[in-house]
Design a protein around this ligand. Structure first.
Ligand code: TYD
Length: 208
């Protein structure tokens, strides 16, 4: 599969800390000798992404299959649209996204079966690096229980399956050509951030 150089993806179950780590990572930039840094996320803030967010909050009822298709459509815009991932990585920026195709393979794989998300996502190129935030689902649930709004996937039974499925699919993501690093997400955010940085430093773009 085609690999997008300079593209890094943060993955994990809900409450594993991907958003926090993206924010902490951003504080290291700009810096001498570092590339331009562009943090981003899926679902995106675009029109399709906004519809997805409404569905995740339970405000728009959609079939799981419809949601799977929307995630893929949102991804197409994210990747190929103006100012998107390919444009930025192509001009030498480091793009780090909170979630990408692995989230669809895991979450929609559980909701719709493997086949639909596989078909919807097989034509997307894969990231150079995937950081998987590994956290016990019980602890992740404790972290997110104080969030004001609960989303449709945020209950423990489902998150246990999400965590298991990530572990099962990591070898598949490796076989597709991404480097996959497992991050122990149980420690303090500053310690996790060090581990994230150590993985990023090995990217060729960081050694220029
Ligand atoms: P998340 O990234 O956790 O954002 P926030 O913390 O702001 O709610 O939420 C996105 C949710 O969408 C998360 O539960 C995972 C899910 N998701 C999918 O099911 N499939 C996908 O392809 C993507 C990108 C996300």
């Amino acid at each position: 599969m085609d690999v997008i150089r300079n593209f890094v993806v943060l993955e994990g179950a809900d409450g594993s800390g991907t958003s926090t780590q993206l924010e902490l990572l951003g504080r290291r930039f700009p810096g001498p000798g570092l590339p331009v840094f562009h943090p981003t996320a899926e679902p995106t803030g675009g029109e399709v992404g906004r519809l997805i967010r409404l569905a995740l909050k339970g405000q728009v009822p959609l079939l799981p299959e419809t949601l799977a298709r929307l995630f893929a459509a949102d991804r197409g815009e994210h990747l190929y649209g103006r100012g998107g991932v390919l444009e930025r990585t192509g001009r030498g920026e480091l793009v780090v996204s909170d979630r990408y195709t692995p989230s669809s393979m895991v979450y929609q794989g559980l909701e719709c079966g493997e086949e639909l998300p596989r078909r919807l996502n097989e034509s997307f190129p894969v990231p150079e690096l995937i950081l998987f935030f590994d956290l016990d689902p019980q602890r992740a649930a404790e972290r997110i229980q104080n969030r004001p709004e609960k989303e449709i996937y945020e209950y423990l039974d489902f998150q246990i399956k999400v965590h298991d499925r990530y572990l099962k699919l990591l070898p598949v993501f490796r076989a597709q050509g991404s480097r996959v690093v497992e991050i122990n997400a149980a420690r303090r955010p500053e310690e996790v951030a060090e581990e994230v940085w150590a993985a990023l430093e090995k990217l060729p773009i960081m050694e220029l």
